[in-house]
Design a binder for this molecule. Structure first.
Ligand SMILES: [Zn+2]
Ligand SMILES: [Zn+2]
Length: 352
């Protein structure tokens, strides 16, 4: 079975320089097998892939795309034909996956402790609060730099993100940048072309994704406090677990923290899996991304995934008034308060 290691992902990525990284064809290396690095070749690289790179780099240039919107129609579900074939996936690591599965079982202990209103409220607050840090922090800030902020709020975003128990910002955003750089190719860590299970949780439980991809996060890795919280990413979730226990006792811990964490995980994971499978495509992007209203609600706006892949450097993902994007509403408020600035907005023709 093919394994795609971080080493392989980083092959050809030199010093975070997008010029050196090159691009990858959707079909190039599709018959790649074995443990050696994929052979990206010397190019020239397909224009579509090259043009979606800038959202991953340390610069501020907005990403561009050659694919026009489908003249307002939102019912075209077609994806590029060469993205319909399945791809091989890696292996999960059974031993290191045990804590992940244990956390799923812990909420059932509430059968014995009972469920209190305090625990339910804690679950609600810790779910939505942490989801905001993932969407506004890990995704729209650390992965895509869709706005700017000061160093203190940057750290708050990083610390809050780690409370979601999805590893540190450098790991999370590093892998997400790989996802955008090589969406739905064999190098994409969680394309659904490798199967639903793999795209949903398998890739996270794999040895291959244990470490941060090399040279993908130099822009944020230069901050010592970001490196610190990425290394000690257990501080926030353990602190939150203790706080939930002190506030709500055992039900507070089991429901307010562990159940909330499981729900939070799967709502986030569904963006990687289902948002590339179910939903409508407004834009004919060079990937399988889709807009899904249910996922947009569960993940505070991230379900407008086709909009997002259209122009990943844009902060707002719900482009129409009816596309609920709670993360955007909060960030727009923070912009008015001057806590964040230089917020990137969609092109008028995309939002029209
Ligand atoms: Zn995606
Ligand atoms: Zn993204």
């Amino acid at each position: 079975m093919t394994e795609f290691t971080n080493l392989q992902w980083s092959t050809g990525i030199t010093a975070g320089n997008q010029k050196l990284l090159g691009c990858v064809s959707r079909t190039r290396g599709s018959n790649f097998r074995g443990s050696g690095p994929p052979n990206y070749g010397a190019g020239p690289w397909p224009r579509d892939r090259c043009e979606t790179e800038s959202n991953l780099t340390e610069g501020n240039s907005p990403i561009t795309t050659t694919t026009p919107p489908l003249n307002g129609t939102t019912d075209d579900r077609s994806v590029p034909e060469d993205l319909t074939s399945p791809l091989p996936h890696g292996r999960i690591s059974p031993i290191s996956s045990i804590p992940f599965f244990v956390v799923h079982l812990l909420p059932f202990l509430a059968i014995f402790t009972g469920v209190t209103w305090t625990a339910v409220i804690l679950c609600f607050v810790t779910y939505w609060g942490r989801m905001f840090f993932i969407t506004a922090g890990y995704h729209r800030y650390f992965s895509h730099r869709t706005y700017r902020t000061g160093r203190v709020f940057q750290f708050i975003l990083a610390f809050g993100g780690t409370s979601a128990a999805q590893k540190g910002p450098l790991w999370w955003a590093g892998h997400h940048r790989i996802h955008h750089r090589y969406t739905d190719t064999e190098i994409d860590p969680h394309t659904p072309r490798k199967g639903f299970w793999w795209s949903h949780v398998g890739w996270i439980l794999s040895r291959d994704t244990k470490d941060q991809p090399e040279n993908t996060m130099k822009d944020f890795a230069r901050f010592p406090e970001i490196r610190f919280i990425s290394r000690f990413d257990w501080i926030a979730p353990w602190s939150l677990a203790i706080a939930c226990f002190l506030i709500g006792g055992l039900p507070g811990l089991l429901i307010g923290f562990f159940l909330s964490t499981v729900l939070l995980w799967h709502s986030t994971f569904m963006i990687n899996s289902l948002a590339h499978v179910y939903g409508r495509r407004r834009f004919r992007t060079n990937d399988t991304s889709r807009n899904n209203a249910l996922l947009a609600i569960l993940a505070m706006g991230e379900g407008w995934h086709n909009n997002h892949h259209r122009q990943a450097s844009v902060c707002r993902q719900g482009l129409k008034w009816y596309e609920i994007d709670v993360t955007w509403y909060i960030l727009a408020g923070l912009e008015k308060l001057h806590i964040i600035w230089d917020v990137r907005r969609p092109r008028p023709e995309d939002a029209a």
